[in-house]
Every structure is written in structure tokens, then in C-alpha cells.
Unconditional design. Structure first.
Length: 586
């Protein structure tokens, strides 16, 4: 072989080797790309046609209750799409896809006939639907794995947590108001921990639902608030909904009655009226008001539902829920004085809780003397249940605390006491007396000293008040000598039954519901039955109660029998005056 021929052969061999290396590199790159598309990007290949299906979606942060119970999380789900240019026969494909996806054939045909390279057919399909589509093997049809929000507690906290849209964007509740905190860019943020206790939430919801069913109410609210910290442990609004399937839910079920709804709450406001009068020095615990006759105010006549037709002490005005007595207290305070206190209590402005569903309170404008009279017993001023519970906690505790909230890391600044410590102590005694001897006696709970106030109000409408439909309510704090928790229940248009003698007012419907809630959540919250800690306070309360016709022995014996507290049968021990000022816990 000639040298020229040898050189040509060698050159050809080198070229073949280079070509083989180039082809190998290309095949390797193509293989890696296929693996990347099929395995790393979640691509599905149907009918021999590969369609890229990657989505760079960051997870939303989980939402947890205060004990770490999962309330909301992301879960991968499959969605199906099409590349219309790769679909061989749009009409045939629509006919075969329609029964599998449960979508109208004409709608599918319109989507498959669109210009462009991508169209969604159905988001978040089931496993059975996915398997059926794979068996069809239609060209141009592919899958994508998307993150889907799941709410494992279902309706239990629906109004608080809210829900997200099809693209995982917050649309309501915590999901919407904390959107930035829950998304946080490319990386998944840490879980968002709420003040909510899902065990307490369940107890409130089940008792509220049972009361609503028994009394055939249109709806209701239940709320538990840590009086000292402002933490919301439970907040239930009925009717509610499952946020996993929020589409098609009626508006009344999505409506958060605790924060969006504003209502005239009737005699609950007498707590605030008494707080104002005592704190301003308008009256004292020894004061009294003439409730012998209805109060005439212009053409209006104000009556007492539980009329005693005699002079009533301040304690009796609250315990027996006297409209006349409350109206006279407010009249002595005056228009400006009343408005200033209501503003201080947070009842004339929107509550600062970070939820998108918050209603504005309603109050008279202009505010005339008659409005001061009616507001004294809870008419003419409409506020949310959350505002009411928050204000109640403030006047009973008389210590700086932040407003009620759901997210500790979003804690509002603490606010100073709204009334003096002496006023708060007197109010605690008045609330206890209302349960021990007054209209709230059905809220009494064996083992706990409970204090509270009933409320019943005709519902206001466009044409005035509906006298055949009331809003019944009861608010309580326990243990009342050193309040830890506030509980509020409202029932919308309850109907009395044989056991309530046909009455549907707060003392007959909402009060026993609150009592059952306290009986369930006290042990859940680790609160032992009241015992020796309550002795100094109850001694003071019994001495003060002698003003009520000398009935303290009955109070003493009834509590001893209910709570089985042995110290009540013992001598009083230390020489103490027993007044509120001398009580260590008063």
C-alpha cells in the first residue's frame, strides 16, 4: 500500500472516531434530558408523545394550632392538560375524554380546538381519572403535578383559616391576610402557628351545634379568649363550610359571624354601663335606682323584662338585668362620658384582628340623649362578638394586654387598663352574683366559680325591630376571682322548648350552652377545680351578698354542694373584713 493511501485511511478512521464520539455525546445529552423531563420534571408520556410538564412552584407554609396540630398543608395532585397541535383528532379526543373527566364534550372540544400549545383540561384530578386517561393513550394529552392546599380539620376552623384558589393563592381568612408570610418566595417558610387550640375549638363547635339544633336557631357564634394574653383559643361561626370544597358554598355559610357580623347584643352591654358608672364615680356598690315604674323618656317607655317594681341596688340592676337601672346609670354619666368609655373599650371602631373579614361597628349619628339611654342596655349600638369578648376581658382584668389575636408573631401592642383595678374587682363580683343569684344561673358549672351576663335583643332590620326574632347571648369569665378565660355564645333566633317553658332568651338558651362549654374545656386547658385559692374571694363575695335580702347562706350551701369544697364548712379563720379591698384576690 502506498504512503498516500495509508494517510487517507488513517484520516478517515480519525473522522469516524470523532463522529462516533459526537454522536455518543449527543445521545447521552438527549438521554439525560429525557430523564430530566420524565423523572425530575414530572412529565407523563401518553400515546408516544412526550410533553414537558415541569412547574417551579414553591410550597405554602403549613398552618398549625398552638399544640402543633396540622390545620393546612400542601399536597401534590395531578392536573391534565393538552397540546392542541399534537392532538390528532380533536372531536374523537373530546368524545373519549368527556366521560372520564366528567366535563361536557362541547367544552372539551372547544379547548382542544384552540390555537397555541397549552390548554388545561382539568385541574387536580383523582387517581382513578389519571389511570383511565393513561389507558386511553391519546396523543397530545399530558399531566402536571401541582401543589394543592388541603385542610385536614375540614370545617372545624374554616372561617379562621380560610381557603386558597386553584393556583394556591389565598382568598379568605388567614390564608389571605398572611399571604406574604405563607409564601415567602422560592423557599418554603416555617409553619405559621396560631393561638387556636383545636381541642377547645371542637368542644365549642359541638356544643354550639347541639344548642342550635335543639333551639332551631338560624346560626350562632362561640368564642373562647385567654383573658390575660388576648390569645383566641376558639372561634366558631355556624353555619360553616368545608374549605376543601368551598366552591358553591352559600354566602351565609362563608360569613364569619364573630368578626364580620355586627349585632345589638342587648343586656351584655350592661356590664360596660356598670363599668363606666363605677369607674367614673357616678355610683358605688351601695348605690340604688328606682325601678318601681317604667322609665318614660319622651314618647318612649323603658320596661324591665324581669320586673321587680322596687328600688334596686347596683348589684341587683346587673344580677336582675334591669333596663331601667342601667338607663338611669347612663343618664347620670351623660352622652360624652358614655361615648368616651365605649371608645376606650374598643367598641366604636373596627377591631384590629388581622382577618380580611372584619365588619365596622354601627352607632348613632348624631348621638342624642335617647341613644345614651338605649345603648346602656345594648340597643342602638351594633358590635361584633369578638369586640364584645375582647372588651369584656379588658374591663374584668384591668391589666395591660394586647387586643385579641390569632397569630402570636403578629402581636399588636399592649394597651393600658381601661378601668381601675378597684372597678374591675367590683365587676367580677357583680358577674359572679349574676350567675349565683341572677339571670345567668344556668351557666353555673360544678367545680368552677363562673361569672357572666345574659343578653337578649330584638333583631334590627330595615323596617325596625323584629319582635318575633331575637339574638340571645351569654358571656362568662372563669374562674371569676382571677379570670383566665372568657367564653361568649350567641344564638340567632332560637326557639324555646318545653324545658325552657317556651322562653328563648339568653338565660335559657345561651347560658346553659356556655356552662357546658366551660365544663368541657376547663379540664382540657389544665384548669383544676376551684378550691382553697378561691376561699378569700368567695368569703368577700358572700359578705357583700348580704345586701341581697340575706340570701348568702343559700349561695354558700349551693356552691359547697356543687363543688364539694370542704373549706366552706369550716370557720372563717383569720379576722378579715371580707370587703373587696381586703380580699387578696379581689
Amino acid at each position: 500500500m502506498s504512503p498516500k493511501l495509508d494517510a487517507g485511511v488513517l484520516l478517515g478512521r480519525r473522522r469516524l472516531r470523532l463522529l462516533a464520539l459526537a454522536l455518543s455525546a449527543a445521545l447521552l445529552g438527549l438521554s439525560l434530558r429525557v430523564v430530566d423531563l420524565a423523572l425530575l420534571s414530572g412529565e407523563e408520556v401518553i400515546g408516544g408523545t412526550a410533553i414537558a410538564a415541569s412547574i417551579g412552584e414553591a410550597r405554602r407554609a403549613d398552618i398549625l394550632d398552638r399544640n402543633g396540630v396540622l390545620l393546612a398543608t400542601d399536597y401534590p395532585k395531578t392536573s391534565v392538560f393538552a397540546d392542541p397541535k399534537l392532538v390528532l383528532d380533536a372531536e374523537t379526543a373530546a368524545n373519549r375524554l368527556a366521560p372520564v373527566l366528567g366535563i361536557d364534550r362541547r367544552r372539551l372540544l372547544a379547548r382542544l380546538s384552540r390555537p397555541g400549545r397549552f390548554v388545561w383540561l382539568k385541574r387536580h384530578i383523582s387517581g382513578a381519572e389519571e389511570r383511565s386517561l393513561v389507558r386511553l393513550g391519546l396523543p397530545g394529552i399530558g399531566f402536571r403535578t401541582e401543589l394543592h392546599r388541603v385542610y385536614p380539620q375540614r370545617q372545624l376552623a374554616s372561617h379562621l383559616i380560610g381557603f386558597v384558589g386553584i393556583d394556591n393563592q389565598g382568598l379568605a381568612g388567614i390564608e389571605r391576610s398572611f399571604e406574604d408570610r405563607l409564601t415567602g418566595g422560592a423557599t418554603t417558610p416555617p409553619p405559621l402557628v396560631l393561638t387556636l387550640d383545636i381541642g377547645v375549638q371542637e368542644a365549642v363547635r359541638s356544643e354550639l351545634a347541639a344548642a342550635g339544633e335543639r333551639f332551631r336557631a338560624k346560626g350562632g357564634t362561640g368564642l373562647v379568649l385567654d383573658a390575660g394574653s388576648g390569645d383566641i383559643l376558639a372561634m366558631v361561626s355556624l353555619p360553616d363550610f368545608d374549605p376543601n370544597h368551598y366552591q358553591g358554598v352559600p354566602p351565609e355559610a362563608r360569613f364569619n359571624r364573630n368578626t364580620q357580623g355586627t349585632y345589638e347584643l342587648g343586656s351584655l352591654f350592661k356590664v360596660f354601663t356598670a363599668a363606666m358608672a363605677l369607674d367614673a364615680g357616678i355610683t358605688g356598690m351601695s348605690g340604688a335606682y328606682d325601678a318601681t315604674e317604667p322609665l318614660a323618656f319622651g314618647r318612649h317607655r323603658i320596661n324591665d323584662f324581669h320586673a321587680h317594681r322596687r328600688w334596686l341596688s347596683v348589684a341587683e340592676v346587673i344580677a336582675f338585668s334591669s333596663n331601667i337601672g342601667a338607663a338611669k346609670m347612663a343618664t347620670e354619666l351623660g352622652v360624652e362620658g358614655q361615648r368616651a368609655y365605649l371608645q376606650r373599650f374598643g367598641l366604636l371602631g373596627r377591631h384590629p384582628i388581622r382577618l380580611p373579614e372584619v365588619g365596622d361597628p354601627q352607632s348613632p349619628s348624631p348621638w342624642r340623649p335617647i341613644n345614651t339611654v338605649t345603648a346602656a342596655y345594648g340597643h342602638g349600638v351594633a358590635v361584633s362578638p369578638l369586640q364584645t369578648a375582647d372588651a369584656f376581658a379588658q374591663v374584668l382584668c384591668s391589666a395591660p394586654r394586647p387586643p385579641a389575636h390569632l397569630v402570636p408573631e403578629d402581636l399588636p401592642p399592649a394597651e393600658g387598663p381601661v378601668v381601675s383595678a378597684e372597678t374591675a374587682a367590683k365587676l367580677r363580683w357583680l358577674m359572679w352574683l349574676t350567675v349565683a343569684e341572677g339571670t345567668g344561673d344556668q351557666a353555673a358549672v360544678p367545680g368552677y366559680l363562673v361569672g357572666g351576663k345574659t343578653g337578649s335583643a330584638d333583631k334590627a332590620g330595615a323596617r325596625g325591630y323584629h319582635h318575633n326574632g331575637i339574638l340571645s347571648s351569654f358571656i362568662a369569665a372563669f374562674p371569676i376571682y382571677q379570670p383566665r378565660y372568657v367564653v361568649l355564645v350567641t344564638l340567632d333566633e332560637p326557639k324555646g322548648d318545653a324545658a325552657t317553658f317556651g322562653f328563648a332568651h339568653g338565660g335559657w338558651t345561651a347560658a346553659p350552652t356556655v356552662g357546658r362549654i366551660i365544663g368541657r374545656i376547663g379540664p382540657l386547658l389544665g384548669l383544676p377545680p376551684d378550691g382553697a385559692l378561691a376561699e378569700p374571694w368567695l368569703r368577700s363575695a358572700l359578705v357583700e351578698g348580704q345586701a341581697l335580702n340575706g340570701r348568702t347562706r343559700r349561695i354558700e350551701k349551693s356552691f359547697a354542694a356543687a363543688a364539694d369544697v370542704e373549706w366552706l364548712e369550716q370557720p372563717w379563720g383569720n379576722a378579715a373584713c371580707g370587703c373587696l379591698a381586703c380580699s387578696p384576690l379581689g
